[in-house]
Design a protein around this ligand. Structure first.
Ligand code: 9MR
Length: 367
């Protein structure tokens, strides 16, 4: 639908230019949204979305349009969602998100071309490695090619590292690596670049935020991974830091800043791609819980946004009404209460976390 294609440079450029002008005068109440608070510093704010709910829940749809400049499909562009049966891809939900974004002037981060989870059922270990390779490359060509020129970013490879598996380079012991060798990562990035030369290509991973030995090993492996790809001219343009935070866990801002600086020194940009805050260690009282969640996120964001290579923040959802945190064993609360880890509550009202994110944007140096 060429009529609906928007020039994505104009969207962010326009928002940033407007933000610059607004910063000189008193901020208009209408622009008091996360996307505008971010844009005033040359940053972007976005949210992961559940596409079906955009049509079934008008309050949710309105909140996404109001607050975010960038949307990310929480599920609908994963390979298993796109190709449930071999050779019969179904792009209906993914296309619906692209149309929603175009109609509302939003950018899209594609997520995620190659991930060891959520792969199509026809990809089994009975298939020969060459078939896996052919399937992976044609999936990338078909999917990134379909949205060519319309994606802000693509998460090309998701969660390829797991140092505790003990493999060279810190690579995860999982399909793709085991079947194709770890070179699959480089092949995926080259294929994505050929399919969509305009999109920024990201490597995306979790477990990079805290001070324990495991997180430290993940940071080391990630830095080495990025340095190696940059040195060999594999087209990795960005590091996606998922940032699934845990309130109450000690956070060492200095160590984190050093990590971001080391990544920035390689020349790649950074985005916080899946921010949310687990609250299982916190008491049930809502006011206390919301305060602790907000303070934790604020300390983290103040450190992260100080680094100019960090271009923006995506929260993994916008409302506690629809959060994977309340639906997943490791993050659900023992008392059964809704996890309060996103900027809006389950009634779409702004919470202290919303304000913490907005104030962290205000506090960030301009890009
Ligand atoms: O939040 C997502 C959940 O709804 C899906 O069922 C799940 C599997 O597709 O993926 C979740 O999102 C994950 C993301 O894609 C990668 N990083 C971890 C996220 C939370 O598990």
């Amino acid at each position: 639908m060429p009529g609906q294609v928007i020039d994505r440079r104009q969207v962010l450029g326009g928002a940033a230019a407007l933000a610059g002008a607004v910063a000189l005068g008193p901020p208009a109440a209408a622009s008091d949204t996360l996307k505008d608070r971010a844009a005033r510093r040359g940053l972007f704010y976005g949210a992961a979305v559940q596409v079906g709910r955009l049509s079934s829940d008008p309050a949710y749809r309105a909140a996404i349009i109001r607050e975010s400049a960038v949307v990310v499909p929480e599920w609908e562009m994963k390979w298993g969602a796109l190709e449930p049966s071999r050779g019969k891809p179904d792009f209906a939900r993914a296309d619906a998100l692209m149309d929603f974004a175009a109609e509302n002037g939003l950018e899209v981060r594609g997520h995620a071309l190659v991930w060891f989870r959520h792969i199509p059922p026809f990809l089994t270990k009975d298939l020969a490695p060459e078939e896996w390779r052919r399937a992976m490359l044609s999936h990338i060509e078909r999917t990134a090619g379909r949205y060519r020129g319309r994606m802000l970013h693509w998460d090309v490879v998701n969660e390829a590292l797991e140092p505790k598996d003990g493999r060279p380079g810190g690579f995860r012991k999982a399909v793709f690596g085991e079947i194709l060798g770890d070179i699959y990562v480089d092949e995926a990035f080259h294929a994505a670049q050929a399919a969509d030369p305009a999109a920024k290509l990201y490597y995306n991973d979790y477990g990079l935020d805290y001070t324990d030995a495991e997180s430290e090993a993940r940071r080391r492996a990630t830095l080495a991974f990025v340095e190696d790809r940059v040195a060999r001219k594999v087209p990795v343009h960005g590091l996606g830091i998922q940032a699934h935070l845990q309130a109450g866990r000690p956070f060492d801002a200095e160590r984190y800043r050093r990590f971001l600086k080391d990544i920035a020194a390689t020349g790649v940009e950074i985005a916080l791609t899946e921010l949310d805050v687990k609250d299982r260690r916190l008491p049930p009282d809502i006011a206390q819980r919301d305060r602790a969640v907000a303070d934790h996120a604020r300390a983290f964001l103040d450190a992260a946004l100080d680094e100019r290579a960090v271009k923006g923040v995506v929260t993994w959802g916008i409302t506690d009404r629809y959060s994977w945190l309340s639906a997943t064993k490791g993050s659900m609360r023992d008392d059964g209460l809704t996890v309060r880890g996103l900027p809006l509550d389950d009634d779409m009202q702004r919470k202290p976390l919303w304000h913490a994110i907005a104030e962290a944007f205000d506090h960030a140096p301009s890009r």
